[in-house]
Design a binder for this molecule. Structure first.
Ligand SMILES: Cc1cc2nc3c(=O)[nH]c(=O)nc-3n(C[C@H](O)[C@H](O)[C@H](O)COP(=O)(O)OP(=O)(O)OC[C@H]3O[C@@H](n4cnc5c(N)ncnc54)[C@H](O)[C@@H]3O)c2cc1C
Length: 420
C-alpha cells in the first residue's frame, strides 16, 4: 500500500488511475484474474472523501460480488430503512438493505483488497497526461513532487471521480461543470443514538432544488449534509440564484426547518469542518472510451441525479470495465491470428454497451429531480404511501433495484398513484 513513485514499474497490463470505489473494484477484479495491475491515487490512503457514506442495495450487491461485503459490514452501521420526510413533516420508512460507513474506511477496505489480490498501489501519485501512439493511449505520465514517471499499459482506466481535470487532460471531458454539488459534515452526538437509527432524507421548499440528509454511522457519529441537483444547469433566466449555490446557507436552512437536524447540531460536536464536493451524474459529461482507455465510475457520470447515490454504480462499472478487458484477453488467447485493434474495439464496445444498458435508469433518476424542484410532490407521494402498502413495496423495489423507477417518476406512474 502507498508505494512511492520511485518504485513505479515502467509497464503493466492495466494502469488504474484513482483508487475510489470504481478504480479499486476494477483493480481487484483484474488482479484476481492474474493481470499485472498498477493502481495510483493522488492521495495516500486511507484518505477522506466527501460523501454521505450511504450504502444502498446496489453497493451491497457489488461489494458481495467483490468478496468484501463481510469486511465492510464488520465496520458499517447497518440499517433496514430509509426515512423519506416531506415538507409538511409527513414521513414514510422505505425498507431496503442499507448501511453507512465513512468513505475513509470503505475505500481503504476496497483498495487493501485490491492490493491483497496482487495489484500494486502507488500514492500519492498524480496523473497528468496520457501517453499516445498512433491515436491510441498506451500509458500515462504520472508525477509526485519533482519526480515524473511514464508507465506503459495495455489499458488505462480513468477512475478519477467528479473533479474534471484528469478527464480534460485525457481528452475525454464533454462537460467541465458538475451536475450537482453537496456539503457534508460528521457530528458526534451520543444523545441522538437510537433517535436517528435509519437513513433520513428530507425535502422542503427551503432546500429546493435539493434535499437534506442524516445518515447514522457507528459510535454516536452522524453524517449530515445537503445536496443540490442540476446545480449548474441554466435556469430560464440563464443563471442560478446565489442562495441556490450557497450550500452553507442551505445547511443553515436544513437545521432551521428540520428539528432532528437542529438538535443533532446544537447538542453535538462537529468532527472537522463541513466539506463540499461536486457530483457528476446521469452517465453524462464524458466520452466513455477511446482506444487504450476507458473512463469508469463518477468520471463517466455514474452517480444518480435525484439522490446523489453513486458508490454502488461506481463499483459495478469498475467491475464491468475489468470484465470487458478479461473477456477481450480470453478471446485473444483463443485466436492467435486475432487483429489486436479489432480486439480492443470489441473490449470498448462491450464496456460501452454495459453503460448504455444502465442509461435508462439514470435518465429516470434525472427526471425524478422534479421532486427536488417541487418538494410538495414528496408530500403527495408520502401521503399516498402512508395509505398504500403496495406503494411502499414499490418504492422499496426501486431502492432495491428490483423494479423500475418509471412507476414513480413518469406522468403515467403519477396518474397510477391515484387510480390504483
Ligand atoms: C457530498 C456527497 C455525498 C454523497 N453521498 C453519497 C452516498 O451517501 N451514497 C453514495 O452511494 N454516493 C454518494 N455520493 C456519490 C459518491 O461519492 C460517488 O458516486 C463515488 O465516490 C464515485 O466513486 P469513484 O470511484 O468513481 O470516484 P471517487 O470516489 O471520487 O474516487 C476518485 C479517486 O481518484 C483520485 N484522483 C482524482 N484525480 C486524480 C489524478 N489526477 N491522479 C490520481 N488520482 C486522482 C481521487 O483522489 C480519488 O481517490 C456523494 C457525493 C457527494 C459529493
Amino acid at each position: 500500500m502507498n508505494l512511492g513513485i520511485e518504485l513505479l514499474p515502467s509497464e503493466c497490463d492495466v494502469l488504474v488511475i484513482g483508487a475510489g470505489p470504481a478504480g479499486s473494484a476494477a483493480a481487484l477484479t483484474l488482479a484476481r484474474a492474474g493481470l499485472s495491475v498498477v493502481l495510483v491515487d493522488q492521495h495516500a490512503f486511507p484518505r477522506d472523501k466527501v460523501c454521505g457514506d450511504g450504502l444502498i442495495p446496489d453497493a451491497h450487491n457489488a461489494l458481495r460480488k467483490l468478496g468484501v461485503l463481510d469486511a465492510v459490514m464488520a465496520q458499517a452501521q447497518a440499517s433496514g430503512f430509509v426515512g423519506c420526510i416531506g415538507p409538511r413533516g409527513g414521513r414514510v420508512d422505505v425498507p431496503g438493505v442499507l448501511a453507512v460507513l465513512p468513505r475513509k474506511q470503505l475505500d481503504h477496505i476496497l483498495c487493501s483488497a485490491a492490493v491483497a489480490a496482487g495489484a500494486r498501489m502507488f500514492a500519492p501519485v498524480r496523473f497528468t497526461a496520457p501517453i499516445e501512439e498512433g491515436g491510441a493511449v498506451i500509458g500515462a505520465t504520472l508525477y509526485h513532487g519533482d519526480t515524473t514517471r511514464e508507465v506503459r499499459a495495455r489499458w488505462v482506466l480513468l477512475a478519477t471521480g467528479a473533479v474534471p481535470q484528469a478527464l480534460i487532460a485525457a481528452g475525454m471531458s464533454e462537460r467541465q461543470t458538475p451536475s450537482g454539488v453537496a456539503l457534508r459534515g460528521y457530528v458526534k452526538n451520543d444523545a441522538m443514538v437510537g433517535r436517528i437509527d435509519k437513513l433520513e432524507i428530507v425535502w422542503h421548499r427551503a432546500l429546493s432544488p435539493g434535499y437534506g440528509w442524516i445518515f447514522p454511522c457507528r459510535d454516536g457519529v452522524f453524517n449530515i449534509g445537503v445536496g443540490i441537483a442540476d446545480s449548474h444547469d441554466q435556469r430560464r433566466d440563464g443563471k442560478l440564484t446565489k442562495r441556490e449555490l450557497n450550500l452553507r446557507q442551505v445547511m443553515d436552512d436544513f437545521t432551521r426547518i428540520y428539528a432532528p437536524a437542529r438538535e443533532l447540531m446544537q447538542g453535538g460536536t462537529l468532527l472537522g469542518p463541513m466539506k463540499g464536493a461536486p457530483l457528476r451524474c446521469t452517465l453524462e459529461g464524458a466520452r466513455y472510451s477511446r482506444p487504450g482507455l476507458m473512463v469508469i465510475g463518477e468520471a463517466a457520470g455514474s452517480t444518480y441525479s435525484f439522490t446523489g447515490e453513486g458508490i454502488g454504480k461506481a463499483l459495478e462499472i469498475g467491475i464491468h470495465a475489468a470484465e470487458a478487458v478479461l473477456d477481450g484477453r480470453n478471446a485473444n488467447a483463443s485466436d492467435a491470428n486475432a487483429d489486436p485493434r479489432a480486439a480492443d474495439a470489441a473490449v470498448r464496445a462491450a464496456f460501452e454497451a454495459s453503460l448504455l444498458a444502465l442509461k435508462p435508469r439514470f435518465d429516470l433518476y434525472k427526471r425524478a429531480n422534479f421532486v427536488n424542484r417541487h418538494p410538495w410532490l414528496a408530500d403527495l407521494l408520502i401521503w399516498r404511501a402512508r395509505k398504500s402498502e403496495r406503494l411502499v413495496r414499490r418504492m422499496s423495489g426501486v431502492l432495491n433495484e428490483t423494479s423500475n423507477p418509471g412507476h414513480l417518476v413518469t406522468v403515467k406512474g403519477l396518474v397510477r398513484l391515484f387510480t390504483e
